[in-house]
Ligand binder design. Structure first.
Ligand code: NAD
Length: 515
């Protein structure tokens, strides 16, 4: 059978079904549905699952709202206990879920497991947070008064997620939303329903344990809506969804943002990036080579934080770029489950988009190394490509767009200010890096006149992040922040409270109003 993989001898379809069944999913739910699920690893069909209609999704959102009305009354540290149990279930099934991520999205095993580790980490973070969620006490101008702020949950948090972090993005949102006292309704990518079904099963296990321990949690707290864009739109338009957290392309955000705003809802947008790194004359080139190679070629260029533009100082260009090119020529491209470092693109459309960008780059004077399709045994219907390094004379043509594939545009620069200008001169603003040992350059890069991105790093590539920091970007990346720091505030509403504990009624600003 052409779909056997060397590592297990089973078809990926059988392996995915076995994982899902071990997590308690009924085998019947994997066939006969209207949404066909494909593995990018081999191109084989894994399952056909049922989608939810827009009207059923609207009813599910109403049920989620009822769940919120009960959940908000549960003390936050008790809500944290549910998320702690979710983290335990994820720990117990890390191998299984990580493997399923690799099968459904084509990530190498360490990245499939890494995605689940991120879910575990955000659960830990959220558990601690559940004993915080604090407001300020603020000095008041009136005697015998106290002014403070209180944070309250919002309601149903709508989560729309992209294919490339198919479950971690849910957890970044859900773990915080739940400890904050919200219910969640999740519309995953139509390309990744299986990992979302698995994740929902783990949530249900945690919920059952929570109830066994005596915890009170309503049904409908975490609702999974497997469907396409139409149900995404139901979430976007529903008046009982006060916050829509949407991760995906800038085109999606451009549609979602104004629609949510039109009903005065809140949108948390995590959209496309076009991330750059500057390699300065003083850079440690060995470290830079490893940082650049992982950030640009890892996950086959399909991270929102993937390195896509590289500005190399002219004085080290000849020393550095040939070494990078040979890394591009030698990196192993192939079945990610068999030990290769670069796996497949998600589908044919992604491969065509990559080829179109390379053609456009050539038309703008670029010189392309790599980029060709790589045939992989047993995977005739899959799309593997050698990562492409494109030397560009200037930042023109496709360089200012995000092409969701492993293409690195390399541009020579002369002066630091020129490099800074190029780095910022694109519509997106997610992640950025500088490789330098010059303190002035490093600090300037991080300063107000430096990188305009949500993430700015020194001597680390732009790709990937830890959950402790706030994650997100500026400009066409959408402006949202998720995960660590005080990102939890996006999932709550703030009330300012003033209490008079005296016997008089002084008015603010010295106003007199004696009736
Ligand atoms: P996509 O925009 O095609 O789809 C993302 C999600 O949005 C899917 O669930 C889809 O069904 C839904 N959707 C699309 N149009 C919609 C609409 N009009 N209304 C409601 N829902 C809609 O993105 P993709 O191809 O799955 O993912 C890749 C993109 O996501 C890249 O641009 C990448 O940079 C971005 N991304 C960003 C981040 C981040 O945190 N900034 C993280 C991961 C991915």
């Amino acid at each position: 059978n052409i779909h056997h993989t060397a590592s297990t001898g089973k078809t990926l379809k059988d392996e995915a079904a076995a994982i899902l069944s071990s997590l308690g999913l009924d085998a019947a739910s994997l066939s006969g549905g209207d949404l066909s699920v494909r593995s990018p690893v081999t191109g084989e069909t894994l399952a056909a699952v049922k989608t939810i209609s827009a009207s059923d999704a609207a009813s599910a959102i109403e049920a989620a709202h009822k769940a919120f009305l009960a959940w908000r009354l549960v003390p936050a540290p008790k809500r944290g206990e549910l998320v702690r149990l979710l983290g335990e279930e994820l720990r117990a099934e890390k191998e299984a879920l990580g493997r399923l991520v690799s099968i459904e999205v084509g990530k190498i095993p360490s990245e499939g497991l890494g995605e689940v580790q991120e879910m575990i980490d955000i659960c830990d973070f959220a558990v601690g947070l559940s004993r915080q969620l604090y407001g300020l006490t603020i000095a008041t101008e009136r005697a015998e008064h106290r002014m403070m702020e209180t944070w309250h949950p919002l309601g149903v948090v709508g989560i729309i997620s992209a294919f490339n972090f198919p479950v971690a993005v849910w957890s970044w949102n859900a773990a915080l939303a739940l400890v904050c006292g919200n219910a969640t309704a999740w519309k995953p990518s139509e390309k990744t329903p299986l990992v979302s079904l698995a994740t929902q099963k783990l949530f249900e296990r945690a919920l059952a344990r929570f109830r066994t321990e005596g915890g009170e949690a309503p049904d409908g707290l975490s609702t999974l809506l497997i469907a396409g864009r139409d149900v995404g739109e139901t979430l976007v338009d529903h008046p009982l969804v006060p916050l829509v957290s949407a991760t995906g392309s800038t085109a999606m955000g451009r549609a979602v943002g104004p629609r949510v705003a039109a009903r005065f809802g809140r949108a948390l947008l995590e959209l496309g990036g076009n991330n750059a790194a500057i390699v300065a004359p003083s850079a440690d080139l060995d470290l830079t080579l490893r940082g650049v190679a992982f950030a640009a070629m890892g996950t086959a260029g399909q991270r929102c934080t993937t390195l896509r533009r590289l500005f190399v100082h002219e004085s080290i260009y000849q020393q550095f770029v040939p070494r990078l090119k040979s890394a591009y020529q030698s990196v192993s491209v192939g079945n990610p489950l068999d030990g290769n470092l670069v796996g497949p693109l998600i589908d044919a459309k992604a491969f065509e988009g990559m080829q179109a960008a390379l053609e456009a780059a050539k038309a703008s004077g670029g010189t392309v190394t790599g980029g060709e399709r790589v045939e992989v045994e047993g995977a005739a219907d899959a799309f593997y490509a050698r990562p492409a390094l494109v030397e560009m004379p200037a930042q023109t043509g496709p360089v200012s767009e995000e092409t969701f594939a492993p293409i690195l545009y390399v541009i020579r620069y002369k002066g630091f200010d020129e490099a800074l200008h190029l780095q910022n001169d694109v519509p997106q603003g997610l992640s950025s890096s500088i490789f330098t040992n010059d303190l002035r350059e490093a600090e300037t890069f991080l300063s107000v006149r430096g990188s305009d991105c949500g993430i700015a790093n020194v001597n680390i590539g732009p790709s990937g992040a830890e959950i402790g920091g706030a994650f997100g970007g500026e400009k066409e990346t959408g402006g949202g922040r998720e995960s660590g720091s005080d990102a939890w505030k996006a999932y709550m509403r703030r009330a300012t409270n003033t209490v008079n504990y005296g016997r008089t009624l002084p008015l603010a600003q010295g106003v007199k109003f004696d009736v």
